[in-house]
Design a protein around this ligand. Structure first.
Ligand code: FAD
Length: 412
């Protein structure tokens, strides 16, 4: 009997799983189902499109022929509405059913809506899909004043888009600095200055309590919790993701924030796997459950899931995730889990250069580098090797740090 694999989601996790499955199983039936209207595109690059810097074409990764050539049945515009793990089948919004021997959930997340009045007004945008990017670009090109809310990695994309499109914007943040869970005020100040240079003003201890609209339902103002009102004809909201777990709610598949999997990407139901942003996976480096929201990690998880769907236990997911920001004229990199840990060390290493490492049980579990990325591979290597480094924090922060510096010190 021909084996059949069904993958829900054609983001980078689903698509890389399909590709690996085809390599591993030349004769299997492979179906990829996505509710989006286009095959895999580069989600990382859609911000460049929204900025007006890139045309549409280079953002697409696979066209439909790519799937045909590999004999992968791609179903666009198809929402899976139900999963029956007893019958081993999924049902779509058009009541079509697909039986499977193995199922992969690569279903990602959906941007959270701000729970305030008029958060769905014209001109208020959330950012996840290429369709979102098209709407953002159209809206921002006509805008003069913007408001951004959500002091994290996607919020800063909105800031860069406003900057690139000459929209004078206020970036309303809850605390006293951008991405305060990963950066100290010192590190964040470099980012604030970069935003200001692009015409985006950070506003601290703020946020959005409600939006106001004109008679046509278009946003006109964002009002913060102190009653301060900011005029805007464009608003970008990036306050986090809701993971798309509803379709497994009525199944025995374990969820927490996302779908819980082991290091082989298997859920608690033997023939159901998950990969990408949706997973809460057992992180073998961290030694606990974790989530990653990064392209490279999702791609690797898709491929690892596929290998384990074919031969369970064949390869574990062991990965240090990276996320870089290229909006400014200096580099920025976050890696691993920079918001976790029980200890940290940071240093300003030069003009506009700052770094911080997060440590857990004396080992590196993540970090952020601004301005100088030279030590990134050394830090990632130490994290991968789970080296105990807490007693050598000063060495870690040295200019020109390399792993050999640590070895030399421990031999002394
Ligand atoms: C604007 C933006 C910028 C980013 N920048 C970076 C960056 O610089 N660096 C970086 O590393 N990462 C970045 N990311 C994050 C990165 O893109 C994601 O981590 C990655 O794309 C996740 O891939 P995925 O396949 O797990 O999920 P997704 O790409 O979200 O794919 C999931 C797919 O499943 C579909 N789906 C969900 N439910 C169903 C259903 N029931 N039926 C059918 N289909 C369904 C969804 O519509 C979606 O197409 C960025 C993300 C965005 C939005």
């Amino acid at each position: 009997m021909t084996e059949s694999y069904v993958i829900i989601g054609d983001g980078v996790a689903g698509s890389s799983a399909a590709e690996t499955l085809r390599e591993e199983r030349p004769d299997a039936e492979i179906t990829v189902i996505t509710d989006e209207g286009e095959a895999l595109y580069n989600r990382i690059l859609i911000k460049e499109y929204a900025k007006g810097k890139l045309p549409e074409a280079p953002i697409s990764i696979h066209d439909e022929d790519w799937y045909d050539e590999r004999d992968i049945d791609l179903r666009l515009n198809t929402l899976v509405t139900d999963i029956d793990v007893d019958a081993d089948e999924v049902t779509t919004h058009e009541d079509e059913t697909f039986g499977y021997d193995k199922l992969l959930l690569a279903i990602g997340g959906t941007p959270q809506q701000l729970p305030v009045d008029h958060s769905d007004a014209e001109g208020v945008h959330h950012f996840w899909t290429f369709q979102d990017a098209r709407a953002i670009r159209e809206s921002v090109e006509d805008a003069e004043k913007g408001v951004i809310v959500g002091a994290g990695l996607l919020g800063i994309d909105f800031a860069a888009i406003c900057g690139a499109q000459d929209v004078e914007a206020k970036y309303l943040m809850r605390g006293n600095s951008w991405w305060r869970y990963a950066l100290s005020e010192e590190g964040a100040e470099i980012m604030h200055d970069a935003m200001r240079e692009r015409g985006v003003e950070p506003v601290f201890d703020s946020g959005v309590a409600r939006f106001e609209t004109d008679d046509d339902g278009h946003v006109t103002h964002a009002v913060d919790p102190h009653g301060e009102s900011y005029e805007c004809d464009f608003a970008g909201v990036a306050i986090g993701l809701d993971f798309n777990t509803e379709i497994v709610d009525d199944t025995p598949i374990e969820t927490d924030d996302g779908i819980v999997v082991d290091e082989y990407m298997q859920t608690n139901v033997d023939n159901v796997f998950a990969a990408g942003d949706i997973t809460e996976f057992h992180d073998v480096i961290l030694g606990e459950r974790a989530q990653n929201g990064a392209w490279g990690s999702a791609k690797e998880q898709g491929s690892i899931a596929a290998k384990n769907m074919v031969d369970y236990g064949s390869e574990e997911f062991r990965w240090v995730s990276s996320y870089s920001i290229t909006h400014f004229d200096f580099p920025f990199l976050s890696f691993g889990h920079p918001t976790l840990g029980d200890d940290s060390v940071e240093a300003t290493t030069g003009e506009g250069e700052w770094r911080r490492l997060a440590l857990k049980d004396g080992k590196i579990v993540g970090g952020v580098l601004i301005g100088d990325l030279a030590p990134q591979s050394a830090y990632k290597q130490l994290m991968r090797e789970e080296r105990h480094v807490a007693d050598q924090k000063d060495v870690l922060m040295q200019d020109g740090f390399s792993v050999d510096d640590l070895a030399a010190k421990s031999e002394q």
